[in-house]
Design a protein around this ligand. Structure first.
Ligand code: NCD
Length: 330
């Protein structure tokens, strides 16, 4: 495994197998008092610094709780964008360099700008730091640890990843989780991806080029995506990333956001009738949060056994524990 976790295309199939094996092992250990005691020794004496410059619930708390279950000392800043020296005009480059000087074993960062984490990794390499940097989301760029937990969830729910048909829907233009997941799925054999989104929110050309390069089959659909639901083993839905729809004119920005929200509400939500179209052994996933004002997955749908959203979120902690452990202990 590489020193830093920045992009999901850097994981090999062997890396993935190792992470998932370790996650399974930790899940079982957490169920036993003796296992929990042994887990707490794995990162004893280690320091994990978690700095988030964008809102988060699951990613932040699963990293913090996971690191604590492993016995690490955790320092975390949930709203670094508002409380760190970034407000005083400090560059991210300075912040990372300084963090590294305090010598945490792992630095987990979420940033609002794409590419900042890659810049951070370059700086750490240049100064010869031994700290591991983990990308917990860089704006509309990537979210590699989410992709890990998504693939781990596919594997657990479906028993395989090779050969699956998966539909990804919602805001594919601004959502980083679908991007990272699409990259990771190229590692598996015969996966077929359907991207379902309004034209203005379709998946980026960079992702499609990557899929072409790796011989992954895909199709792009609009509101007619329902015709393809019955064929899917997995349906991965996402929230409209309203905060990434920005316009210098405030009134225009509001108009754009309202129009997109209306479009998703009317045409791109998963409701009860869609459940009837889906295979009885399909899995429905969502990285969360679901926007309650749009309800891209209807409340009634959440109670269906195929809806794995909370199992998926829980898987996130075991996968992140595994990742921290492998980076530090090998
Ligand atoms: C996602 C994110 O932050 O990209 N949330 C998460 O980490 N589970 C998805 C989102 O914000 O829509």
């Amino acid at each position: 495994m590489r020193q830093h976790v920045i992009r999901s295309q850097d994981f090999t199939l062997e890396d993935l197998a190792q992470i998932f094996r370790r996650a399974d092992k930790f899940r079982h250990m957490m169920d036993e008092p003796d296992g929990r005691r042994r887990l707490r020794k794995r990162l004893r004496g280690r320091i994990v610094n978690v700095a988030f410059y964008e809102p988060s619930t699951r990613t932040l708390s699963s990293f913090v709780n996971g690191a604590q279950h492993l016995g690490a000392q955790v320092f975390h800043t949930a709203d670094a964008g508002a409380t760190s020296s970034a407000v005083k005009g400090e560059t991210f480059a300075h912040t990372v360099r300084m963090f590294a000087g305090y010598r945490p074993d792992v630095l987990v960062v979420r940033h609002k700008e794409e590419g900042r984490l890659a810049e951070g990794a370059r700086i750490l390499r240049r100064i010869g730091s031994r700290t591991h940097l983990i990308n917990a989301g860089d704006g509309p760029g990537q979210h590699p640890t989410q992709a890990l937990l998504d693939v781990y969830t596919l594997q657990r729910e479906l028993g395989r990843v090779d050969g699956i048909k998966i539909m990804m829907g919602g805001d594919l233009k601004h959502g980083r989780t679908v991007r990272s997941l699409a990259y990771l799925l190229t590692r598996y054999r015969d996966v077929v991806i359907t991207f379902a989104a309004p034209e203005d929110l379709q998946i980026g050309a960079d992702i499609l080029a990557h899929l072409d390069e790796h011989g992954v089959k895909y199709q792009l659909l609009g509101a007619e995506f329902r015709d393809a639901l019955a064929a899917q083993h997995a349906v991965y839905w996402t929230r409209l990333q309203l905060e990434r729809v920005v316009h210098e004119d405030v009134a225009e920005q509001k108009r754009l956001r309202d129009a997109l929200a209306h479009l998703q509400r009317e045409q791109f939500c998963i409701g009860e009738r869609d459940l009837h179209l889906m295979r009885i052994d399909a899995v429905l996933m969502h990285p969360l949060p679901i926007n309650d004002a749009v309800r891209e997955i209807a409340l009634e749908v959440e109670n269906d056994e195929r809806c794995a959203i909370f199992r998926q979120a829980e898987n996130g902690m075991y996968v992140r524990m595994a990742l921290l452990d492998i980076l530090v202990n090998g």
